[in-house]
Design a protein around this ligand. Structure first.
Ligand SMILES: [Cu+2]
Length: 150
C-alpha cells in the first residue's frame, strides 16, 4: 500500500460501499475518527475571548473604564498595565466598605488575587445584574469598578 493516510481512508470508504454491512460500519468509524484531527473542536479558551478590556492605572489608582456593560455569558479581561500591584475583588467579605463590593443574588464571589504589572485576569459573567468590585490594595483610594450584565 502506497496510499497516504487520507487516501487510504477515502479508498476504504469507497470500497466499503460495496462491502457487507459490518465492513462498511468499520470503514465509517475509521473515517469518523480520522476527520476530527483536521477540524479540531473550538477550545474553551476561544470561547472566552474577552468582550471588554479594563485597564488598571496607578496615578490615580483607577479601573479604566470604571463602568462597563456586557451581556450575560460575556467575559471581561482586566490588564494591569501599571507599575504596582492591583486586584479585581468581587468578594463582599473582603471589602472594607460593604458598599464598595456587591453582587447580584446567586452570583459567586470572585477575586483575581494580586496582579503584578503586565498580568491579565478574566472573568465570565453568567448571572445578570450589577456587580460592584474593588481593588484590594486601593479600595481606600476609591479604586472601584462596576460591571453591568444585561
Ligand atoms: Cu489597584
Amino acid at each position: 500500500m502506497h496510499f497516504h493516510a487520507g487516501g487510504a481512508v477515502a479508498a476504504a470508504v469507497r470500497n466499503a460501499a460495496r462491502q457487507p454491512t459490518k465492513t462498511r460500519l468499520l470503514a465509517t468509524m475509521l473515517a469518523l475518527t480520522t476527520v476530527p484531527a483536521f477540524f479540531p473542536a473550538p477550545s474553551a479558551h476561544a470561547a472566552d475571548a474577552p468582550s471588554v478590556v479594563v485597564k488598571m492605572s496607578d496615578k490615580p489608582p483607577k479601573f479604566i473604564p470604571d463602568k462597563v456593560t456586557i451581556k450575560a455569558g460575556q467575559t471581561v479581561e482586566w490588564i494591569n498595565n501599571a507599575k504596582t500591584l492591583h486586584s479585581v475583588d468581587g468578594d463582599p467579605s473582603m471589602a472594607l466598605k460593604p458598599s464598595d463590593v456587591s453582587l447580584p443574588k446567586g452570583a459567586t464571589p470572585f477575586d483575581s488575587g494580586f496582579m503584578k504589572p503586565e498580568m491579565t485576569w478574566q472573568y465570565t459573567f453568567k448571572i445578570r445584574g450589577t456587580y460592584k468590585y474593588t481593588c484590594v490594595p486601593h479600595e481606600k483610594d476609591g479604586m472601584n469598578g462596576e460591571v453591568i450584565v444585561k
